[in-house]
Design a protein around this ligand. Structure first.
Ligand SMILES: [Zn+2]
Length: 477
């Protein structure tokens, strides 16, 4: 990794600086992946998607839980062995366990023998059974035992099948991890085989990541260990303040604390961003996820202001303003002087139109000269109107509700209209105002009643980002 970035030719001091910050980010990543033992101790919950020493630290904990869980669900005396042998198995591996061999420490009673095989190219259930010494009839018995047993014949390369055989060499249990979260098993009983599926519940922990933007956000984020989805989430959290298409500069930085789902010490997925900080051209933006007492979740700045504005500025992307708001203009069709109480956006027929804010749909239908029209009521004060639509988006209907940015319909030229465009009106307490002149209204900040509760969550998250970053930078020296 470091090799790659040192290839960047240090032609100009600037480039060199950028390369250096890139290396810094790589170093910090490397630090995460290979923490020194004393750092490790401090970072039990800190890790990326990694197969590394850092993981083992948390793994002990999780593995302990997992073993417990497995023991409860399937009374296999091999639960522990299975768990630890998992990582060492590389190819087909058959554990010889002759009845006469000295019994391993864990086994007191008559032990069934344990065999495991890894599915290779060309393997079928029959070839795998053959590898562990089971007769062809055993395959038929298994597959005939029930519908779900057939899941065992949907084999994936690299999948491990584990067999328990009794001293007579008969199959008494067969199980396999289908994914990080799912294990299927068949256990012999008097009637045949009983199928069981165990779904692991991932433990959730928080993970930290820091990145410096070198060239593009997506590259830097990927290098720092953020998934594409997390990067999109971050862009959307800061999307009201930072234009990620145009404003991003090399040297911009981000810190993110997010939820990470873990099974047996392995990261298997991510949850939401809990807090984040983005430095764009020297200006710092903060975000904290907070669920209020009513159960609504939103992002706020660290001091409790809403991240999102109540309205997006333009309901149509990539449109041209063809007519502005005016108190008097000659109407193109009526040929009379008339106020134009909205803004016209010209765009090709079919271009999506987005709801400017969350709200209730007062109308999704025809309205005289407006043609196909949507009217949305936002809270008590605001109302927006969208006219001349070609049609409505699926699910948008009178009496329903819409989310900010949701597509509500498509550009058309219905009603009194000379060509495809959106006629957009904005009302404040029933009075038409110029949407372009309208000072963007903010969504509500944290209410006074919840301020203390919010800060109790926000402050530790901010402090942790400071601390993690400082530790990271300090250990780089
Ligand atoms: Zn108009």
């Amino acid at each position: 990794m470091t090799k790659e970035s040192s290839k960047a030719p240090p032609l100009y001091p600037k480039t060199h600086l950028l390369a250096a910050s890139g290396i810094a980010a790589l170093l910090s990543l490397a630090l995460l992946v290979f923490p020194s033992s004393d750092v490790e101790a401090k970072r039990t919950t800190l890790s990326l998607e990694l197969e590394s020493p850092a993981e083992q630290l948390t793994q002990d904990q999780d593995a302990a839980e997992a073993v417990q869980a497995t023991n409860e669900q399937q009374a296999s005396p091999f639960a522990q062995i299975e768990n630890t042998s998992e990582e060492t198995a590389e190819t087909a591996q058959i554990e010889p366990a002759p009845a006469s061999a000295p019994a391993p420490v864990i086994e007191e009673k008559k032990a069934p023998s344990h065999r495991e095989v890894i599915v290779a190219k060309g393997d079928t259930l029959s070839t795998l059974f053959e590898k562990v010494g089971l007769p062809a009839t055993a395959v038929h018995e298994v597959l005939a035992s029930g519908k779900q047993a057939k899941l065992f014949s949907q084999l994936k390369r690299g999948q491990k099948l584990e067999f328990e055989l009794n001293p007579q060499g008969q199959l008494i249990n067969l199980h396999s991890n289908v994914s990080d979260l799912e294990t299927i098993s068949l256990t012999r009983n008097d009637k045949g085989y009983a199928f069981n599926r165990i779904t692991a519940k991932p433990t959730v922990r928080s993970a930290y990541v820091h990145g410096v933007i070198n060239s593009s956000l997506s590259q830097s984020a990927a290098r720092a260990g953020l998934s594409h989805k997390m990067t999109m989430d971050m862009a959307s959290v800061f999307g009201y303040d930072v234009d990620f298409a145009q404003d991003i500069r090399p040297g911009d930085q981000f810190d993110v604390i997010y939820e990470q789902k873990v099974v047996n010490g392995k990261a298997v997925g991510t949850g939401p961003i809990l807090s984040a900080r983005f430095v764009n051209r020297g200006k710092t933006y903060t975000a904290v996820r907070y669920t209020n007492k009513q159960g609504n979740t939103s992002y706020y700045t660290a001091d409790g202001n809403s991240m999102r504005k109540a309205f997006i500025r333009t309901p149509v992307d990539f449109a041209r303003i063809s007519s502005k708001f005016s108190m008097g203009r000659k109407h193109p069709i009526l040929n009379k002087i008339r106020a134009h109480k909205g803004v016209d956006y010209a765009a090709p027929r079919g271009t999506p139109i987005k709801a400017a804010g969350d709200g209730k749909v007062l109308l999704a239908g025809r309205r005289g000269g407006y043609g196909n029209t949507v009217i949305i009521q936002h809270g008590n004060t605001y109302r927006t109107l969208y006219g001349h639509m070609q049609g409505f988006a699926k699910g948008v209907k009178t009496g329903g509700s819409v989310k900010q940015g949701q597509v509500i319909g498509y550009i058309g030229t219905t009603g009194l209209s000379t060509g495809p465009h959106l006629h957009y009106e904005f009302q404040v307490n029933g009075v038409h105002v110029d949407p372009l002149g309208q000072k963007v209204a903010m969504a509500d900040p944290i209410s006074k009643a919840e301020r203390a509760r919010f800060l109790a969550q926000s402050q530790p998250l901010m402090a942790r980002m400071d601390q993690e970053k400082a530790t990271m930078l300090a250990s780089k020296r």
